[in-house]
Write a protein that binds this ligand. Structure first.
Ligand code: HEC
Length: 140
């Protein structure tokens, strides 16, 4: 009997500790889940942070972004990419775009985009916006 109650109280302590630990973490997780990536906010960020070098449908200092989500890196027609990016064999998945925006040079050493976004929420929003762009037009 005594052993069982000891075990039970040990379990109760463990459960309490787990609840406490989760309780400490939970303010961070639900806050992010609730906010969620916002393509609308991403569009605004894109227009303030990216259009200095990029546009959705034309190559500028950087390549055109229409259809970039899910596209092979370095494949916008008629854009002269760095050798590093052109030969990277990366596909622009959400994860790769997030990594690219966090630190292009860490993802693809030798690349030529001298810009990064330090804020994780901003990266999430900008990538949500890129993902919302329609696929590239067939005729360019
Ligand atoms: C200072 C100019 C500059 C700014 C600002 C900039 N970029 Fe770039 N970006 C480039 C250049 C140059 C390249 C091509 C890099 C290469 O060839 O290595 C590039 C490439 C890219 C690529 C790869 C596209 C492909 O076709 O493979 C993505 C994605 C990208 N940029 C996203 C962004 C986003 C999103 C922003 C805004 C948060 C941004 N860039 C801001 C200059 C810039």
């Amino acid at each position: 009997m005594k052993t069982i109650s000891l075990k039970q109280s040990a379990l109760a302590t463990l459960a309490a500790a787990t609840t406490l630990a989760l309780g400490f973490c939970s303010p961070i997780l639900p806050a992010q889940a609730q906010a969620g990536p916002s393509p609308e906010r991403g569009k605004q960020l894109y227009e303030s942070r990216c259009v200095a070098c990029h546009s959705v449908d034309a190559n500028r200092v950087g390549p055109a972004h229409q259809g970039v989500f899910g596209r092979k890196a370095g494949s916008a027609p008629d854009y002269a990419y760095s050798t590093a990016l052109a030969s990277s064999r990366i596909v622009w998945t959400r994860a790769n775009l997030l990594a690219w925006l966090a630190g292009p040079e860490n993802l693809i050493p030798g690349q030529a985009m001298n810009y990064s976004l330090g804020d994780a929420k901003e990266r999430d929003d900008v990538v949500a916006y890129l993902a919302s762009l329609p696929a590239a037009k067939v005729a360019r």
